[in-house]
Ligand binder design. Structure first.
Ligand code: FAD
Ligand code: SF4
Length: 510
């Protein structure tokens, strides 16, 4: 039967069972489309990375003998809407059956279901064979439970997939080494240079520009550094194991202005585009650990494995459990506008200047920059979660809605009212000072709350707590913070709030 099989830009899984056999009746459809470049404003590196990875993937499929109909963004006659494109090809090529892999985004899932209803031929959707857990596994696991604790899901996943366990018990008797993973980086061990791929991407940039696609951020056209093939993705895992794993856990939460990536793996794009699977990554890390136990501690390995088997799978489960309502949530009722410096990095606050500038130049910031610098500020400044979400979805190379939204709207902005995080991730400047070297060079003084040069985080923090205290009244994990707020002298609180309000009024000048 002549079959059309759709491959989305983040379904670049060469190991998928679809490709086990070459069948001349199968046509694979891949398309660079305006509906994908335009649903949010993307960082230019993100658009380049997806198009390049898709093109490489299509070439690899063709080398294996598969038939691929590939539509480049520069092919002027291609319909830029998925429905039109599929209907057109089905008619033109006399297609008798249409198949697709389950998309990870709700938007595309709905669109494909609607397209299938319009087609008068048989259709079929199958698993993308990428994740450990199925779409609904988290919802089933937590059925009837009030709290969806990541830690319980993570332990179940470890046991189910036999990862770092002996029988039903964790290796070395501990499930979680998070307490070992909170060090500040003070230049005590050298950070290896990142693995460079040195690709020239001038042509693809020119194609994107010729189509007038609106992008932002910068790109080094002659030295593009993200993995865009399975081979490069595998090189990145090897590099991570050999050079970065040894200190990954220790400095996982560190913030440091002297290095962009610290000991982080930069594997998120390779995984989110499915060039490599989470199981391949976890297996590679554990196998390296078993071969190098004299130099690598279990705490480093567990810290990494938790991010993938735990957080990544958990976040995806939350997305599918809570969509479509999740995307509208604004539990803390925050309505302020995103300041312009999110698009320029031009602010005197060193922590934000560094983290935003790096996001704009690299399409990357590591977890604590995303959570405790940019996210923390956004929440304390009570920015609208829709605006924060759109910024995060556009700026990061790895941002696809299923993973971006529960992290941003949920973990970081508490807009889901506590589904992902048991308390809001907010702090005054002292946390940033403790974990980073940012404050020493800042225009503002991290120790001050009220003066002209007081660190804005300090007054915003207390103002935020005071504004939202009614929402957190029954939250046990907030009781200590609220008790401190209550103890504050009324005149001190009034002055702090006045300062915070004046900061919010002149937010563009910070
Ligand atoms: P490493 O620090 O080396 O971690 C290894 C891997 O663990 C990552 O590649 C990633 O696949 C996984 N991981 C770690 N934490 C998480 C998490 N919280 N959720 C899901 N996976 C996780 N990650 C994305 O992939 N896409 C996003 O759009 C995204 N948006 C985020 C927004 C906010 C506000 C926050 C706080 C986090 C976000 N994350 C997102 C999670 C995390 O910050 C990135 O996965 C990580 O920074 C990617 O860099 P890395 O590959 O070097 O990660
Ligand atoms: Fe950020 Fe405040 Fe430190 Fe400046 S002083 S870097 S604004 S935390």
């Amino acid at each position: 039967m002549k079959t059309l099989r759709l491959l989305l830009g983040d379904q670049l899984n060469l190991q998928h069972s679809w490709f086990d056999e070459v069948n001349p009746n199968m046509i694979y459809l891949m398309a660079e489309m305006r509906q994908e470049t335009d649903y949010v404003k993307h960082h230019v590196q993100k658009v380049v990375a997806f198009f390049l990875a898709m093109r490489t993937f299509s070439d690899e499929l063709m080398e294996k003998g598969h038939q691929v109909n590939y539509y480049k963004i520069s092919d002027s006659n291609t319909p830029q809407d998925l429905e039109k494109l599929i209907l057109e090809i089905v008619a033109k090529e006399n297609i008798e059956c249409f198949e697709y892999q389950f998309p990870d985004e709700y938007r595309l899932d709905e669109q494909l279901k609607a397209i299938c209803e319009k087609l008068s031929i048989p259709t079929k959707a199958i698993d993308s064979e990428h994740f450990y857990a199925s779409r609904n596994e988290l919802a089933d696991f937590f059925k009837g439970k009030k709290q969806l604790l990541m830690e319980s899901f993570y332990r179940m996943m470890r046991k189910k997939h036999h990862v770092l366990v002996i029988g039903d018990q964790p290796l070395d008797g501990k499930w979680n080494f998070d307490h070992n993973n909170r060090n500040k980086y003070k230049n005590e061990v050298p950070i290896p240079f990142p693995l460079d791929f040195h690709k020239n991407v001038s042509e693809i940039i020119a194609e994107i520009e010729a189509q007038n696609i609106t992008t932002f951020g910068s790109i080094d056209a002659e030295n593009f550094n993200w993995p865009t093939s399975r081979t490069e993705s595998l090189q990145l895992i090897d590099y991570f194991c050999a050079n970065l794993l040894v200190h990954f856990g220790t400095y996982q939460d560190a913030l440091f202005s002297g290095h962009k990536f610290l000991f982080h793996s930069r594997l998120s794009f390779a995984m989110n585009s499915k060039m490599i699977s989470p199981k391949e990554v976890v297996d590679a890390v554990i196998s390296y650990y078993y071969q190098h136990q004299e130099t690598i501690e279990l705490a480093q390995v567990e810290g990494f494995v938790r991010q993938i088997i735990g957080w990544r799978e958990y976040i995806r489960g939350i997305y599918w459990k809570e969509m479509p309502n999740y995307g509208k949530m604004n539990a803390l009722e925050n309505y302020n506008k995103l300041p312009e410096f999110f698009w320029t990095g031009k602010t005197k606050m060193k922590c934000l200047q560094h983290s935003i500038t790096q996001s704009l130049s690299e399409a990357y910031a590591h977890h604590i920059q995303r959570l405790m610098v940019i996210g923390n500020f956004s929440l304390l400044a009570q920015l609208h979660p829709n605006e924060v979400d759109a910024w995060y979805l556009g700026v990061y190379i790895d941002a696809i809605e299923w993973v971006e939204m529960p992290n941003t709207r949920g973990m970081s902005q508490y807009a889901d009212g506590g589904i992902v995080a048991t308390k809001p991730y907010v702090s005054s400047g002292s946390y940033i000072n403790k974990m980073s070297n940012y404050c020493g060079n800042c225009h503002y003084n991290v120790k001050e709350k009220l003066g002209e040069k007081a660190c804005p985080f300090n007054s915003l923090y207390w103002h935020f707590l005071d504004e939202k205290k009614h929402i957190f009244a029954n939250n046990q994990r907030m009781s200590m913070m609220l008790a401190l707020l209550k103890k504050m002298k009324p005149e001190e609180l009034a002055a702090t709030k006045e300062k915070a309000i004046s900061i919010l009024e002149k937010i563009e000048t910070l």
